[in-house]
Design a protein around this ligand. Structure first.
Ligand code: AMP
Ligand code: GLY
Length: 417
């Protein structure tokens, strides 16, 4: 397992449940992963180091968590070394690493998405803004750690974002930008395990991207999730599959990309129908934390089948339980925050698990904060209300001086019920 966050801890837990009883190694891991896997201090973006580690430990299979090593060609190099891998090669990772590349594919294959203009100079971008009006969305082309999107409510805000980005705010990632119409509706995350033209759609979920209750404040990597997202009714899911998932998987194959990995499709459910916001080429974080506990199918067998090109005919078994994950962040995230605050995790009920994200151990052996998103408290229940009660009791019981979490995860669905 490559990575160090909550997503990777959740993947490690799911793989540890496999009847195949694998020996799990993780690079670099975190304090929670270290309880379940052997961790090696090789950074997730150190491609040469990871390939050397995989060879020296004679690993049979590599699962890549984050997008950066994928876009740096980790999978290409592992395949060259004869090591099976789950996670796309660099050409497939472009679907996340370049929003312009993706927009061009979406438009070429007539997959529903917002209209957009592509710019590398300020004046034409500003002129285009005038023709579209606000609200409008400005996006850096390349990877920007989840910060490359501005949803501007006013034209001055949009103009400032255009100048900032084309002025080099995200370095090479914002040499080019997209100016995109604003989609209105509820968002959902559709995770699809893909192997060539074959695919398996994982259970639905909904993320909460803003830092504050009521979806206020700046965007984050994700502050909490729940599954299933019932806003995606069986009818809407069928529409998403026929209009978005299948055409996307086919388009990628038609473009000559041999894609093996997770295609994470961010979708806005607009009044005109589902529309693609973006592709990611990896599992979502914290979507993974709520999706995997609902799988009855052996995750390791599923990902291995994908890597072997044997995904067709696999039927997913999913539990009827509801799951919720609430992210405990360090006070100050997503701006500046401290590290090293001691975390005390009491014994919690069996249906609650504490996923580690930004944690480490200090010299005294205590678990301490070591990142912006620190923990993901996850619970399951027969109803979403039950899952929410268990998760929030867990959040309260965990002691940490700098803990911050949203109090309203799942409220859209809970308020609809
Ligand atoms: P991303 O960094 O691509 O995940 O985008 C961050 C967030 O920006 C998305 O989850 C949406 O909430 C929002 N967003 C991106 N594109 C649009 C759009 N065209 N219309 C409305 N919101 C958008
Ligand atoms: N939770 C959103 C993401 O993983 O990009």
């Amino acid at each position: 397992m490559v990575g160090a966050g909550g997503r990777e801890h959740s993947l490690v837990q799911a793989i540890a449940r496999s009847p195949q009883k694998p020996r799990i190694l993780c690079a670099p891991g975190n304090a929670g992963i270290a309880d379940e896997a052997t961790c090696f201090p090789v950074a997730a973006d150190d491609v040469a180091g990871l390939v050397a580690l995989a060879k020296s430990e004679e690993v049979d299979f590599v699962i890549v968590g984050p997008e950066v090593p994928l876009s740096l060609g980790l999978s290409d190099q592992l395949i060259t070394a004869g090591i099976p891998v789950f996670g796309p090669k660099a050409d497939g990772a472009m679907l996340e690493a370049s929003k312009i590349f993706t927009k061009q594919i979406l438009l070429k294959y007539k997959i529903p998405t917002a209209a957009a203009g592509i710019f590398d100079a300020v004046d034409p971008a500003l002129a285009y803004l005038q023709t579209r009006g606000a609200p409008i969305v400005i996006k850096a082309d390349g990877l920007a750690a989840g910060k490359g999107v501005t949803v501007a409510q006013t034209l001055p805000e949009a103009e400032a974002a255009v100048r900032d980005m084309l002025g080099g705010k995200f370095g090479d990632s914002s040499i080019q930008i997209l100016v995109e119409d604003c989609l209105v509706g509820e968002e959902t995350s559709i995770l699809v395990v893909v192997s060539g033209r074959d695919y398996v759609i994982l259970p639905t979920s909904q993320d909460h991207k803003r830092i504050g209750d009521g979806d206020t404040g700046p965007n984050t990597g994700g502050m909490g999730t729940y599954s299933p997202a019932e806003v995606v009714t069986p009818e809407i899911l069928a529409q998403i599959e026929s209009q978005i998932v299948k055409p996307s998987v086919d388009a990628i194959a038609d473009e000559g990309i041999e894609f093996c990995g997770t295609l994470f499709i961010g979708i806005m459910l607009t009044p005109e129908g589902p529309s693609v916001i973006e592709y990611n080429t990896r599992f979502g974080d914290p979507e993974t934390q709520v999706v995997l506990p609902r799988l009855k199918t052996d995750l390791l067998a599923l990902l291995w089948a994908a890597a072997q090109g044997k995904l067709s005919g696999i039927n997913l078994e999913v539990s009827d339980d509801y799951t919720m994950c609430v992210v405990i962040a360090a006070q100050g995230y997503p701006e500046s925050y401290g590290k090293g605050a001691v975390i005390t995790i009491p014994a919690l009920p069996e249906n609650v698990s504490v996923i580690h994200a930004g944690t480490a151990r200090n010299d005294a052996g205590e678990v301490v904060t070591n990142g912006g998103r620190v923990l993901g408290v996850t619970a399951s229940g027969a109803t979403l209300v039950e899952a929410a009660q268990a998760v929030y009791a867990g959040c309260e019981a965990i002691e940490c001086e700098t803990k911050y979490y949203r109090r309203d995860i799942g409220s859209r669905q809970l308020n609809r019920a």
